[in-house]
Design a protein around this ligand. Structure first.
Ligand code: NAP
Length: 253
Protein backbone atom coordinates (compact mmCIF):
# COMPACT_ATOMS: atom_id res chain seq x y z
CA UNK A 1 0.00 0.00 0.00
CA UNK A 2 1.33 3.46 -0.92
CA UNK A 3 0.82 6.10 1.76
CA UNK A 4 1.26 9.85 1.51
CA UNK A 5 3.98 11.96 3.09
CA UNK A 6 3.69 15.75 3.11
CA UNK A 7 7.00 17.59 3.31
CA UNK A 8 6.88 21.26 4.17
CA UNK A 9 9.53 22.80 1.95
CA UNK A 10 11.70 25.86 2.18
CA UNK A 11 15.11 24.32 2.90
CA UNK A 12 17.68 22.43 0.84
CA UNK A 13 17.03 19.45 3.11
CA UNK A 14 13.35 19.36 2.08
CA UNK A 15 14.36 18.96 -1.54
CA UNK A 16 16.91 16.29 -0.71
CA UNK A 17 14.42 14.42 1.45
CA UNK A 18 11.76 14.43 -1.29
CA UNK A 19 14.36 13.13 -3.75
CA UNK A 20 15.46 10.30 -1.46
CA UNK A 21 11.92 9.21 -0.58
CA UNK A 22 10.85 9.35 -4.22
CA UNK A 23 13.89 7.35 -5.37
CA UNK A 24 14.11 4.76 -2.58
CA UNK A 25 10.64 4.37 -1.04
CA UNK A 26 8.23 4.88 -3.95
CA UNK A 27 6.73 1.40 -3.44
CA UNK A 28 5.35 2.46 -0.05
CA UNK A 29 5.42 6.29 0.14
CA UNK A 30 4.26 8.98 -2.26
CA UNK A 31 5.82 12.33 -1.39
CA UNK A 32 4.21 15.73 -1.82
CA UNK A 33 6.39 18.80 -1.14
CA UNK A 34 4.63 22.03 -0.27
CA UNK A 35 6.07 25.50 -0.90
CA UNK A 36 4.77 28.90 0.12
CA UNK A 37 4.97 29.75 -3.56
CA UNK A 38 6.74 33.10 -3.24
CA UNK A 39 9.89 32.32 -5.24
CA UNK A 40 9.89 33.20 -8.90
CA UNK A 41 12.33 30.37 -9.64
CA UNK A 42 12.68 27.12 -7.81
CA UNK A 43 14.98 24.14 -8.22
CA UNK A 44 13.29 20.94 -9.41
CA UNK A 45 11.86 18.65 -6.71
CA UNK A 46 11.14 14.94 -7.08
CA UNK A 47 7.60 13.69 -6.49
CA UNK A 48 4.50 15.84 -6.37
CA UNK A 49 4.71 19.56 -5.61
CA UNK A 50 2.06 21.96 -4.38
CA UNK A 51 2.40 25.71 -3.95
CA UNK A 52 0.78 28.46 -1.89
CA UNK A 53 -0.46 28.79 1.68
CA UNK A 54 -3.08 26.38 3.02
CA UNK A 55 -5.12 29.16 4.64
CA UNK A 56 -4.13 28.71 8.30
CA UNK A 57 -4.10 25.87 10.81
CA UNK A 58 -7.65 24.63 10.41
CA UNK A 59 -7.34 24.57 6.60
CA UNK A 60 -4.03 22.70 6.85
CA UNK A 61 -5.68 20.13 9.13
CA UNK A 62 -8.47 19.75 6.55
CA UNK A 63 -5.88 19.36 3.79
CA UNK A 64 -4.19 16.55 5.74
CA UNK A 65 -7.46 14.69 6.24
CA UNK A 66 -8.92 15.25 2.75
CA UNK A 67 -5.68 14.20 1.05
CA UNK A 68 -5.09 11.21 3.29
CA UNK A 69 -1.71 12.48 4.49
CA UNK A 70 -0.18 9.77 6.69
CA UNK A 71 2.92 11.66 7.94
CA UNK A 72 4.16 15.23 7.82
CA UNK A 73 7.81 16.23 7.89
CA UNK A 74 8.36 19.91 8.57
CA UNK A 75 11.52 20.80 6.65
CA UNK A 76 10.64 24.47 6.28
CA UNK A 77 13.31 27.12 6.81
CA UNK A 78 14.40 27.43 10.48
CA UNK A 79 13.09 31.03 10.58
CA UNK A 80 9.68 30.19 9.07
CA UNK A 81 7.91 30.21 12.42
CA UNK A 82 4.32 30.52 11.31
CA UNK A 83 4.07 27.49 9.06
CA UNK A 84 5.83 25.35 11.69
CA UNK A 85 3.40 26.47 14.40
CA UNK A 86 0.47 25.82 12.06
CA UNK A 87 1.83 22.38 11.16
CA UNK A 88 2.20 21.48 14.83
CA UNK A 89 -1.39 22.40 15.63
CA UNK A 90 -2.86 20.97 12.42
CA UNK A 91 -1.16 17.61 12.99
CA UNK A 92 -2.60 17.48 16.50
CA UNK A 93 -6.08 18.28 15.11
CA UNK A 94 -5.82 15.73 12.30
CA UNK A 95 -3.97 13.04 14.29
CA UNK A 96 -1.05 13.01 11.84
CA UNK A 97 2.46 12.12 13.14
CA UNK A 98 4.88 15.00 12.53
CA UNK A 99 8.65 15.25 12.50
CA UNK A 100 10.75 18.41 12.39
CA UNK A 101 13.87 18.30 10.23
CA UNK A 102 16.07 21.20 11.33
CA UNK A 103 19.72 21.46 10.33
CA UNK A 104 22.23 22.25 13.08
CA UNK A 105 23.24 25.85 13.69
CA UNK A 106 26.68 27.22 12.81
CA UNK A 107 29.66 26.04 14.83
CA UNK A 108 32.11 28.94 14.63
CA UNK A 109 35.83 28.26 14.72
CA UNK A 110 37.39 29.00 18.09
CA UNK A 111 39.08 32.21 16.86
CA UNK A 112 35.84 33.71 15.47
CA UNK A 113 34.56 36.98 16.92
CA UNK A 114 30.87 36.47 17.23
CA UNK A 115 27.86 37.43 19.23
CA UNK A 116 24.48 35.69 19.26
CA UNK A 117 21.32 37.76 19.65
CA UNK A 118 17.71 36.68 19.73
CA UNK A 119 16.29 39.15 17.22
CA UNK A 120 17.10 41.53 14.39
CA UNK A 121 15.94 44.38 16.64
CA UNK A 122 18.71 43.49 19.09
CA UNK A 123 21.22 43.25 16.22
CA UNK A 124 20.20 46.72 14.98
CA UNK A 125 20.68 48.18 18.48
CA UNK A 126 24.15 46.73 18.84
CA UNK A 127 25.39 47.50 15.33
CA UNK A 128 26.14 51.26 15.70
CA UNK A 129 28.14 50.53 18.87
CA UNK A 130 30.53 48.15 17.14
CA UNK A 131 30.57 48.73 13.36
CA UNK A 132 31.54 51.27 10.72
CA UNK A 133 30.89 49.14 7.64
CA UNK A 134 28.47 46.24 7.97
CA UNK A 135 27.30 43.53 5.64
CA UNK A 136 23.63 42.64 6.12
CA UNK A 137 22.80 39.14 4.89
CA UNK A 138 19.23 39.25 6.15
CA UNK A 139 17.18 39.93 3.04
CA UNK A 140 14.88 42.78 2.12
CA UNK A 141 12.44 42.22 5.00
CA UNK A 142 15.26 42.02 7.53
CA UNK A 143 16.71 45.35 6.35
CA UNK A 144 13.55 47.07 7.57
CA UNK A 145 14.82 46.63 11.14
CA UNK A 146 17.88 48.78 10.36
CA UNK A 147 16.10 51.92 9.15
CA UNK A 148 17.16 53.97 12.19
CA UNK A 149 20.77 52.80 12.35
CA UNK A 150 23.10 55.82 12.13
CA UNK A 151 26.85 56.10 11.63
CA UNK A 152 27.23 52.74 9.90
CA UNK A 153 27.45 52.15 6.17
CA UNK A 154 25.41 49.02 5.41
CA UNK A 155 26.01 46.77 2.43
CA UNK A 156 22.79 44.86 1.91
CA UNK A 157 22.50 41.76 -0.24
CA UNK A 158 19.09 40.97 -1.72
CA UNK A 159 17.87 38.48 -4.31
CA UNK A 160 15.63 40.80 -6.31
CA UNK A 161 16.11 44.46 -7.10
CA UNK A 162 13.78 47.06 -5.61
CA UNK A 163 13.78 49.88 -3.05
CA UNK A 164 14.98 49.19 0.49
CA UNK A 165 13.57 50.88 3.60
CA UNK A 166 16.97 52.51 4.38
CA UNK A 167 18.27 56.05 3.92
CA UNK A 168 19.98 56.18 0.48
CA UNK A 169 23.30 57.52 1.83
CA UNK A 170 23.47 54.82 4.51
CA UNK A 171 23.66 51.77 2.30
CA UNK A 172 24.85 49.99 -0.84
CA UNK A 173 22.68 47.31 -2.43
CA UNK A 174 24.04 44.12 -3.94
CA UNK A 175 21.61 42.06 -5.99
CA UNK A 176 22.75 38.44 -6.16
CA UNK A 177 21.38 34.95 -6.00
CA UNK A 178 22.86 32.07 -3.94
CA UNK A 179 24.79 29.85 -3.76
CA UNK A 180 27.90 31.89 -2.87
CA UNK A 181 31.26 30.23 -2.38
CA UNK A 182 33.52 31.05 0.55
CA UNK A 183 35.91 32.67 -1.91
CA UNK A 184 33.13 34.88 -3.36
CA UNK A 185 32.22 35.97 0.15
CA UNK A 186 35.82 36.76 1.12
CA UNK A 187 36.24 38.87 -2.03
CA UNK A 188 33.02 40.75 -1.35
CA UNK A 189 33.89 41.48 2.28
CA UNK A 190 37.34 42.77 1.30
CA UNK A 191 36.00 44.84 -1.60
CA UNK A 192 33.55 46.64 0.72
CA UNK A 193 35.94 46.84 3.69
CA UNK A 194 33.41 45.10 5.90
CA UNK A 195 34.11 45.02 9.64
CA UNK A 196 30.86 43.39 10.81
CA UNK A 197 28.53 40.76 9.37
CA UNK A 198 24.90 40.56 10.42
CA UNK A 199 23.24 37.26 9.53
CA UNK A 200 20.65 34.82 10.72
CA UNK A 201 22.04 31.52 11.92
CA UNK A 202 20.02 29.22 9.72
CA UNK A 203 22.78 26.58 9.58
CA UNK A 204 23.31 24.60 6.40
CA UNK A 205 26.32 24.53 4.14
CA UNK A 206 25.24 27.16 1.55
CA UNK A 207 24.60 29.79 4.23
CA UNK A 208 27.75 28.95 6.14
CA UNK A 209 30.14 30.14 3.41
CA UNK A 210 29.75 33.77 4.52
CA UNK A 211 30.23 32.84 8.17
CA UNK A 212 33.38 30.86 7.48
CA UNK A 213 34.70 33.68 5.27
CA UNK A 214 33.98 36.26 7.97
CA UNK A 215 35.65 34.14 10.64
CA UNK A 216 38.73 33.74 8.48
CA UNK A 217 39.01 37.49 7.82
CA UNK A 218 38.52 38.32 11.50
CA UNK A 219 35.22 40.08 10.74
CA UNK A 220 32.92 40.39 13.72
CA UNK A 221 29.62 38.48 13.39
CA UNK A 222 26.29 39.34 14.90
CA UNK A 223 24.19 36.20 14.49
CA UNK A 224 20.48 36.02 15.12
CA UNK A 225 19.60 32.64 16.62
CA UNK A 226 16.67 30.73 15.13
CA UNK A 227 13.41 30.34 17.04
CA UNK A 228 13.03 27.13 19.04
CA UNK A 229 11.55 24.29 17.00
CA UNK A 230 8.00 23.23 17.79
CA UNK A 231 7.74 20.54 20.46
CA UNK A 232 7.90 16.94 19.23
CA UNK A 233 10.36 14.66 17.45
CA UNK A 234 13.28 16.51 15.93
CA UNK A 235 16.12 15.36 13.67
CA UNK A 236 19.00 17.31 12.19
CA UNK A 237 19.73 15.34 9.01
CA UNK A 238 17.94 13.89 6.03
CA UNK A 239 19.38 10.45 6.95
CA UNK A 240 17.69 10.60 10.34
CA UNK A 241 14.42 11.77 8.79
CA UNK A 242 14.52 8.71 6.51
CA UNK A 243 15.11 6.46 9.54
CA UNK A 244 12.07 8.02 11.27
CA UNK A 245 9.95 7.44 8.18
CA UNK A 246 11.15 3.87 7.59
CA UNK A 247 10.30 2.97 11.19
CA UNK A 248 6.73 4.05 10.52
CA UNK A 249 6.11 2.74 7.02
CA UNK A 250 4.00 -0.40 7.23
CA UNK A 251 3.89 -0.25 11.04
CA UNK A 252 0.68 1.77 11.25
CA UNK A 253 2.37 4.39 13.45
P1 NAP B 1 6.09 31.75 7.60
O1 NAP B 1 6.06 33.12 8.16
O2 NAP B 1 6.37 30.62 8.52
O3 NAP B 1 4.70 31.41 6.89
C1 NAP B 1 3.79 32.39 6.45
C2 NAP B 1 2.68 31.70 5.71
O4 NAP B 1 3.16 31.25 4.43
C3 NAP B 1 2.17 30.44 6.40
O5 NAP B 1 1.24 30.75 7.40
C4 NAP B 1 1.59 29.68 5.23
O6 NAP B 1 0.35 30.24 4.81
C5 NAP B 1 2.57 29.99 4.13
N1 NAP B 1 3.64 29.00 4.04
C6 NAP B 1 4.90 29.08 4.54
N2 NAP B 1 5.61 27.98 4.23
C7 NAP B 1 4.78 27.19 3.52
C8 NAP B 1 4.93 25.93 2.91
N3 NAP B 1 6.09 25.25 2.96
N4 NAP B 1 3.85 25.40 2.25
C9 NAP B 1 2.68 26.07 2.18
N5 NAP B 1 2.49 27.30 2.74
C10 NAP B 1 3.52 27.84 3.39
O7 NAP B 1 7.09 31.65 6.40
P2 NAP B 1 8.06 32.77 5.78
O8 NAP B 1 9.12 33.07 6.78
O9 NAP B 1 7.22 33.85 5.22
O10 NAP B 1 8.74 31.90 4.62
C11 NAP B 1 7.98 31.52 3.47
C12 NAP B 1 8.61 30.27 2.87
O11 NAP B 1 9.96 30.54 2.50
C13 NAP B 1 8.63 29.09 3.83
O12 NAP B 1 8.33 27.93 3.12
C14 NAP B 1 10.05 29.04 4.32
O13 NAP B 1 10.44 27.72 4.62
C15 NAP B 1 10.82 29.62 3.14
N6 NAP B 1 12.01 30.39 3.56
C16 NAP B 1 11.92 31.25 4.60
C17 NAP B 1 13.04 31.95 5.00
C18 NAP B 1 12.98 32.89 6.17
O14 NAP B 1 14.03 33.45 6.48
N7 NAP B 1 11.86 33.05 6.85
C19 NAP B 1 14.24 31.77 4.30
C20 NAP B 1 14.31 30.89 3.22
C21 NAP B 1 13.15 30.18 2.87
P3 NAP B 1 -1.06 29.68 5.32
O15 NAP B 1 -1.21 30.13 6.72
O16 NAP B 1 -2.02 30.30 4.36
O17 NAP B 1 -1.03 28.20 5.20
Amino acid sequence: MVERLLVLGGSAEARELAGRVHADMAESVSVVTSFAGRKRRRAAVAGEVRGGGFGGTRALADYLVVNGVRWLIDASHPFAEQISANAHDACVLAGVPRLTLRRPTFEPPSNARWLVVDSLVKASEILPRVAKRAFLAIGRQGAAFFTDVAGVHMVVRVIDNGPLPLRPESHTVIVARPPYSEEDERRLFREHAIDTLVARDAGGSPGEAKLRAAAELGIRMILVEPPLPEPGPLVSSVDDAIVWLRERVGDGI
